[in-house]
Design a protein around this ligand. Structure first.
Ligand code: PLP
Length: 379
C-alpha cells in the first residue's frame, strides 16, 4: 500500500509545479550572473525585480525594503543582530517562550554575552499577556521579537497590539512571519513591524530561499557583507529560487487567500471526525484564533512518538512537535511552555496544505481510530 499522505505542511511544502517550471530555465539556459551589466545577466535581474515587487505587494512594503536571504532562519538572525549592533548601549530583548529555534538559539547566544532576555510566558492555550509585555519594557530594551503565528499549535499572536506597544516605547519590533504568510494578510505598515522574516518552502516554493523585510527608516547592519541586495546581503543572487518565490507569491495573491477556506474545512472536518469517533482527546492551542490548517491533537494514553511511527508505516506523515527539534527527541518547547499534561496527552501535529484532500482525511481518521483503540486495549 503506498498512500503517501503528507500532513506536515508546517514543516515544509511540496514545490508547486508552476513554481518549479518558472525556475527551471534559470539553472541552465539563463544562468548568467544577475549583477552583470550585459543583457544575459540584466534580464535575470529584471525578473528578480519582479519577484521583489511581488514580495513587497504581499506585505504592503516598498520593494526597496525587501532583502532576499537563504532562509528565514538567516533573516531572523540578521534582524536581531542588526538591531543589537545599532543599539550598542541597550542590552535587553523581549521575546516569547514559543518562538522558533532560530530566534531562541540567538537569544541563548546573546544571553551568553551578557544580554538580558525576557521570555514572555504563555497560558495553557499558548496565549501571551500584553500586560506582561508592557511591564517587561525598561530603558535598556532594544528589541521585541514575537512570531506572527506558531508553527506547532497554530496560535496567531496579537501583532498589531505588540506593534503599537513597541512604537509607543520607541523599540524595534521584529516579527517572524514564516507560518503566517499566505494564511494571514500582512500589512507591515498597519502592524508597525520594523523587520519581518518569511520563507519560501512553507508556501510551495523551494527550500533555501528566505526574505527579510527591513523598514526603510531604520538603521541596518548586514550579517553577510557584500555588494548584492544594495550592500545589505552579500552572495550572488539565487536567481532561480528568488524567481520561484515570486511565482509562489503571485499564486497566493491571485488566489486572494481563498485556499484558507479549503484548509479550514479540512481541519474542521478532521477535528469533527476525531471528536465523534475517539473519546478522551485534547486539541491544543487557542482554538478561537489559530492558523486554518493546523491541529495539535493528543489522545489520552497514546504516546505521540509511537503513534507517528505507526502512521509512518502506512505512509501517513504527521509530526510530533516542530521538525526543527525532532532530532533531539525532547518534548516540544512550545507545549512545555504551555504547561500541559504531556505525560498523558502528548500531541501529534497535523498541518494541511493545498494538495491534501478530504479522502486523505477519511483514510487517516480510520487508521487513527484503530491505532488509538489498539493502544488503549494494550493499556
Ligand atoms: N520560523 C518559523 C516559525 C518556522 O516554522 C520556521 C521553519 O520551520 C522558520 C522560522 C525557519 O525557516 P527556514 O527553514 O526558512 O530557515
Amino acid at each position: 500500500m503506498n498512500l503517501n499522505i503528507y500532513f506536515d505542511n508546517n514543516a515544509t511544502t511540496k514545490c508547486d509545479e508552476e513554481v518549479l517550471n518558472t525556475m527551471l530555465p534559470y539553472f541552465n539556459n539563463q544562468y548568467g550572473n544577475p549583477s552583470s551589466i550585459y543583457s544575459f545577466g540584466k534580464d535575470i535581474k529584471n525578473e528578480i525585480t519582479k519577484a521583489r515587487k511581488k514580495v513587497a505587494e504581499l506585505i504592503n512594503a516598498d520593494e526597496s525594503e525587501i532583502i532576499f536571504t537563504s532562509c528565514a532562519s538567516e533573516s531572523n538572525v540578521t534582524a536581531i543582530m542588526s538591531a543589537i549592533r545599532n543599539n550598542p548601549t541597550k542590552k535587553h530583548i523581549i521575546t516569547t517562550s514559543v518562538e522558533h529555534a532560530s530566534i531562541l538559539e540567538t537569544m541563548n547566544y546573546l544571553k551568553s554575552i551578557g544580554y538580558k532576555i525576557t521570555y514572555l510566558s504563555v497560558d495553557e492555550q499558548g496565549k501571551i499577556d500584553l500586560q506582561e509585555l508592557e511591564d517587561s519594557i525598561d530603558e535598556a530594551t532594544c528589541l521585541i521579537t514575537v512570531m506572527m503565528a506558531n508553527n506547532e499549535i497554530g496560535n496567531i499572536y496579537p501583532i498589531k497590539e505588540i506593534g503599537k506597544i513597541a512604537k509607543k516605547h520607541n523599540i524595534l519590533f521584529h516579527c517572524d512571519s514564516v507560518q503566517a504568510v499566505g494564511k494571514i494578510k500582512i500589512d507591515v505598515r498597519d502592524l508597525n513591524i520594523d523587520t519581518l522574516s518569511l520563507s519560501g518552502h512553507k508556501i510551495n516554493a523551494p527550500k533555501g530561499i528566505g526574505v527579510l523585510y527591513v523598514k526603510n527608516q531604520i538603521p541596518f547592519t548586514p550579517l553577510v557583507f557584500g555588494h548584492q541586495e544594495k550592500n545589505r546581503r552579500g552572495g550572488t543572487e539565487n536567481a532561480a529560487y528568488i524567481i520561484g518565490l515570486g511565482k509562489a507569491i503571485d499564486l497566493i495573491l491571485k488566489d486572494n487567500y481563498q485556499l484558507n477556506n479549503y484548509l479550514k474545512d479540512l481541519r474542521d472536518y478532521l477535528e469533527d471526525q476525531i471528536r465523534k469517533n475517539i473519546d478522551d482527546i485534547i486539541i491544543y492551542g487557542d482554538l478561537n484564533n489559530r492558523l486554518p490548517n493546523t491541529s495539535s491533537i493528543a489522545f489520552k494514553g497514546v504516546k505521540a512518538e509511537e503513534l507517528m511511527l505507526i502512521l509512518e508505516s502506512f505512509n501517513i506523515y504527521v509530526s510530533t512537535g516542530s521538525a526543527c527539534n525532532s532530532e533531539t527527541k525532547e518534548p516540544s518547547h512550545v507545549l512545555k511552555a504551555c504547561n500541559v499534561d504531556l505525560n498523558n496527552y502528548s500531541p501529534i501535529r497535523v498541518s494541511f496544505g493545498k494538495y491534501n484532500t478530504k479522502e486523505e482525511v477519511d483514510i487517516f481518521v480510520k487508521k487513527l481510530i484503530s491505532i488509538v483503540n489498539m493502544f488503549r486495549k494494550r493499556g
